[in-house]
Design a binder for this molecule. Structure first.
Ligand code: PLP
Length: 458
């Protein structure tokens, strides 16, 4: 079912991944930042902080741009899957499904959540380079397509399938394509834990040909994440067309070509990613040209974006606490002003993990001139728990509401309970309405799985 949500007034008409702020952001009559028609300062008053705020319109718009651009510019069939690893919870899975997207899941837990959100087996694709026997059995049980990452996995699946429960699968190939992004989020280069190397494909194709109960319906590849250069995606289409030919020659019933995700988003002003339509047009053209040049019929194309779907749609709001001023010295000629927040690496581990950069503003005075250079420090016991380094804010003070932009992807999904911090709540905002989609964890939640042996009790 594709929803027909009307356009809210005064939304920006850019591709969400090129916008620093959610598309519905504006300054309201109180002079506060408003997202999805909701005053962010008021949301923090009502739900506390840190708080993830997800703008429904921006999320839906990204889904629609992917879906509609494929339909417009690719002559064959297409299907967009939302890569739920970017942010997987019931409401987000349900929203993506409502927009006609399928779901890419990367673990039994993500698969379980997607099913609980109402996904049907045929809408689901299970990834993972080390799937457990339980995860494979669970996927087979519900008719989810497996994206097989190794010969070992295929052997495991062959042992699990029965005539009543055949396997539908794609083979994940390693295309040997290196892209310019952080090494932790590069996945398509030869020296990667992901995908079957081209040297092993003949053996894998022979195995599949000998096991017809493993219905290998296509190929998959994913070259990395936060990618701005389209060339890697173009090269990928050429490599996949060659491998497709080899698979067909061995008699595999190939129909689906999954080209992965990877489109980058704007985190800071200087980021300049291609738009969602530009990405889809480039990939669609490359697939068409590569397959036509190789004399192959056009496959059904799948893609599985995560970051560019959910990343720009959410922000995280924090309340500012105390400050610490380091006076100027020889090593630090301008000194440094640390401002603290009530969250940090447990709700957003990307800065400490990848050195990721973000943009921030104050929700209670978004239009004030940003003249003060500050470093925003999280409250965790790690020196590296710094969310933003050397950013300009308008003279921040304790109690101000700091909003970090573009935190929808790989924030909640990578959040932890480090230092036994309860994970924040998340709200969905749309046209002035707010709905809680993730409850804030409580201290009681934190010890829910703890067991205190009797002999240790006092
Ligand atoms: N597909 C696979 C196999 C991935 O590993 C990832 C994430 O790295 C994605 C899709 C989504 O990538 P992105 O969030 O960059 O679109």
């Amino acid at each position: 079912m594709v929803s027909t949500l009307g356009t809210p007034p005064s939304v920006k008409s850019v591709s969400p991944n090129q916008s620093l702020q959610p598309l519905t952001s504006r300054v309201n009559s109180q002079g506060h930042l408003e997202i999805g028609g909701c005053d962010v300062v008021e949301l923090v008053r009502q739900f506390g902080s840190p708080l993830y705020i997800l703008d429904e319109w921006t999320l839906r718009q990204a889904c629609r741009l992917y879906r509609d651009t494929w339909a417009r510019c690719y002559p064959g069939q297409s299907q967009v899957l939302y890569a739920t690893k970017a942010w997987n919870c019931l409401a987000i899975c349900a929203l993506a499904l409502q927009e006609g997207l399928g779901l890419d899941v990367a673990s039994g837990g993500e698969l379980y959540t997607a099913l609980q959100a109402g996904a049907r087996g045929e809408e689901l694709y299970l990834h993972g380079n080390a799937k457990s026997a339980e995860e494979l059995a669970m996927a087979l049980e519900v008719g989810c397509t497996l994206v097989a990452d190794s010969l070992y996995e295929l052997q495991q699946v062959a042992a699990l399938v029965t005539p009543e429960r055949p396997a539908r699968l794609l083979v994940r190939v390693n295309p040997g394509i290196d892209v310019h992004t952080h090494e932790y989020i590069r996945t398509g280069q030869t020296d990667s834990k992901f995908g079957i190397g081209q040297w092993q494909l003949p053996e894998v194709f022979d195995f599949l040909a000998a096991h017809p109960q493993l219905h290998c319906v296509g190929l998959h590849a994913h070259i990395g994440s936060q990618i701005f250069d389209l060339q890697g995606h173009r090269d990928l289409a050429g490599v996949l067309a060659q491998i497709w030919r080899q698979g067909l020659d061995r008699g595999l019933p190939l129909q689906e070509l999954n080209v992965g995700g990877g489109l980058g988003i704007r985190y800071v002003e200087s980021d300049d990613p291609p738009s969602i339509p530009e990405w889809v047009e480039a990939v669609a053209t490359a697939v068409r040209q590569s397959f036509t040049a190789a004399g192959l019929p056009l496959p059904k194309v799948l893609c599985e974006p995560g970051r560019s779907v959910i990343g720009p749609a959410a922000v995280t709001a924090y309340t500012l606490g105390g400050q610490k001023r380091i006076p100027p010295s020889e090593d630090l000629p301008e000194g440094r002003l640390y401002v603290t927040i009530d969250g940090g690496m447990s709700d957003n581990p990307r800065p400490i993990t990848y050195g990721a950069r973000y943009t921030a503003l104050l929700a209670n005075r978004p239009e004030a001139e940003a003249t003060q250079r500050v470093t925003v420090a999280g409250k965790h016991c790690e020196s590296g728990d710094v969310l933003l380094k050397d950013v300009l804010l308008p003279n921040p003070a304790p109690g101000d509401v700091l909003v970090v932009l573009a935190t929808g992807a790989y924030n909640y999904s990578m959040a932890s309970n480090y230092n036994r911090f309860p994970r924040p709540a998340a709200v969905l905002v749309n046209q002035g309405e707010v709905q809680l989609i993730l409850r804030r964890e409580t201290y009681a939640d934190l010890i829910r799985q703890d067991i205190l042996p009797e002999r240790l009790q006092r």
